[in-house]
Design a protein. Sequence first.
Length: 371
Amino acid sequence: MKATIERATLLKGLSHVQSVVERRNTIPILSNVLLEATEGALKMMATDLDLQINESVAAAVDQPGSTTVSAHTLFDIARKLPEGSQVQLTAAEGRMTIVAGRARFSLGTLPRDDFPVIAEGELPTQFELPAETLKQIIDKTRFAISTEETRYYLNGIFLHVAGGDGSDPVLKAAATDGHRLARVTMPRPEGAEGMPDVIVPRKCVAELRKLLDEVDGSVGVSLSGTKIRFDLGRAILTSKLIDGTFPDYSRVIPTGNDKILKLDPKSFMEGVDRVSTIATEKTRAVKMALDRDRITLSVTSPENGTAAEEVPGEYTAAGFEIGFNSRYLLDILGQIDGDLVEVHLADASAPTLIRENDKSPALYVLMPMRV
């Protein structure tokens, strides 16, 4: 194999594929990127056996062929090569030579035939989503994905379709870690009817989000009950889905919370952030004392002392006190785009609903803390 490629082009492609490769691998071939030179293009592929990325970049190919080489090493080399340089990649007899300007590297390779490929099988459900919509789904839900490995079925974003029997058909994306829940609802895209309920793993979500920054148009989504594929033009991301059942989260979304607090999310967020400065790992709780049109935020920390701040808000129900994990509250408030947020409360121990308004595609549920 022999190909010449511009450094910036090589670096961009490698930055995508190398982040799928785990730093520590017991199987040597999984540390490698598969490089395939065909007419006018260099195809790259990396996998961790659960997630696979294929990317194609423009290259001048003198001799077609393929090999596999350490993904992180090649990426580090490309990063350090002089800007604007042309990089020549040549592979033969178990070695790969990289030449750019006066720099020359020789790396060991592993045979291409040993490289594992995720067999996709049939992906019967196929639809398109604008890249912006997909970004919104991810940004508004992924902070609530659980990191507890024991509850593996919560380690991703749950996608499912609903409605259609008299109500408008929708696509819903939800994530929860048991303390908070984030859900986004949007019109069901054409082709998504009859789609199975799927849980897209956290790592796939993170890699997809990085790639979406470079996509302008739409993204093709194809899936079955076990695999999902995102077609982003030059790059294709394929992932196994989490094999588990997502809990029926609709049961925790409160419908009868009648105490409504309306606030400016920015000043509320800044207030929570300020008082939680003295919070520690042990005491992350911020207490909200609600009175008619007066909301007092306070934090008490045995080690650091106390902090309190009044924030403006609209509240007409009976006064009471409720506590929340300040970090969870800040995560949710950070996703509110408008200049008004509604907090629907019931009592100090019931789940609280947070949303911009009843037309907003996103809603959040937060469990209170004892304070």
